[in-house]
Design a protein around this ligand. Structure first.
Ligand code: ZN
Length: 316
């Protein structure tokens, strides 16, 4: 199992077929459940390179462990991200039980920094946090409880920051932090990707509150997500990733609305994202009287959601 769901769900055989690649699934060099091809790295012509159909792990009997994504790169003569984009077109979500396997979410547990204080207890009040939320039209108590917010403390790497835990299928996979002073050079800082179970940029904030099979609304930031509520997902800025597209697909959405900020750069990113979402219909929207959904009151946010996804909100 890799920690990249595009690789995990890649349908190796369908890809080989589409490219007319000669492979075998039986014979002296082939184990059951594997497909073998000529290894491009060691000048092999006797199909020593095998890929497991279940896990997509690769191994050449002559030159060792291989990555299927690197193999695609080799065949297509392309970059890593171009290879992932191609692999995204050959996804097989009906692989037996793969989504339910722990491999979908790597089995390791997140190490939660000790200095973080839960803000769920109403007796814990950090004025600078409450002021930050109030300024954005959010009720501090319900926001802190509903989103299980933490405070990064007054010292350390995440001082004066709200900590936003990120869950995928009820598992804590990483966290994002948001400066509350307005003075930080970088308002949002994520947990270093290497320490995360799933890096922030591969997650969608709000994932567990989306009803699979229904319409969803993609927004840029977590505050947009708080305002729109259930059924909306934040991509952590306009720099969306193919991993997020793959994760989105695992919800089998019936339609995807993209509601990024109204500025041109955000709208361009939204259009690119809509092209990358090839598995259902999409619609790119923006608010013509506001810069971004984060400026809505929570009531206005609910109105927008009711209009866009209607009954799917209450179905969650
Ligand atoms: Zn080889």
């Amino acid at each position: 199992m890799s920690d990249n769901i595009i690789i995990d769900f890649f349908d190796t055989r369908a890809y080989f077929d589409s490219r007319g690649l000669s492979y075998s699934d039986e014979g002296p060099n082939c184990s059951p459940g594997w497909v073998n091809v000529d290894c491009p790295w060691c000048g092999d012509s006797a199909k020593h390179l095998g890929f497991s159909l279940e896990t997509n792990v690769g191994h050449c009997w002559r030159c060792g462990g291989k990555s299927i994504a690197k193999f695609v790169q080799e065949i297509e003569h392309c970059s890593w991200s171009e290879a992932l984009a191609i692999m995204e077109e050959f996804q097989n979500y009906s692989k037996p039980g793969l989504l339910e396997k722990e491999g979908f979410i790597p089995p390791k547990d997140l190490i939660w920094p000790k200095g973080f204080t839960s803000l769920k207890d109403p007796r814990v009040t950090v004025k600078i946090v409450d002021d930050f939320l109030l300024k954005r039209g959010l009720d501090p108590i319900t926001t802190k409880i509903n989103h299980n917010l933490y405070y990064g403390g007054f010292l350390g790497d995440y001082r004066f920051r709200i900590i936003l835990p990120v869950y995928i299928r009820r598992k804590l996979v990483t966290f994002m932090t948001r400066d509350v002073t307005g003075k930080a050079e970088t308002p949002y800082i994520s947990q270093p990707p290497r320490e995360a179970v799933i890096p922030c940029k591969h997650t969608l904030y709000g994932y567990d509150d989306v009803a699979p099979g229904g319409p969803v609304v993609l927004v840029e930031g977590p505050i947009d997500q708080w305002k729109l509520g259930r059924g909306s997902l934040a991509t952590w800025g306009t720099g969306w990733t193919m991993e997020q597209v793959a994760l989105l697909r695992s919800l089998h959405p019936s339609k995807v609305y993209i509601l990024y900020d109204s500025e041109e750069i955000a709208q361009d990113a939204a259009k690119q994202l809509s092209k990358a979402i090839w598995f259902c219909s999409t619609e790119v929207l923006y608010l013509d009287d506001k810069k971004d959904p984060g400026e809505l009151t929570p009531e206005e946010g609910q109105e927008v959601m009711k209009e866009l996804i209607g009954k799917w909100i209450t179905n969650v």
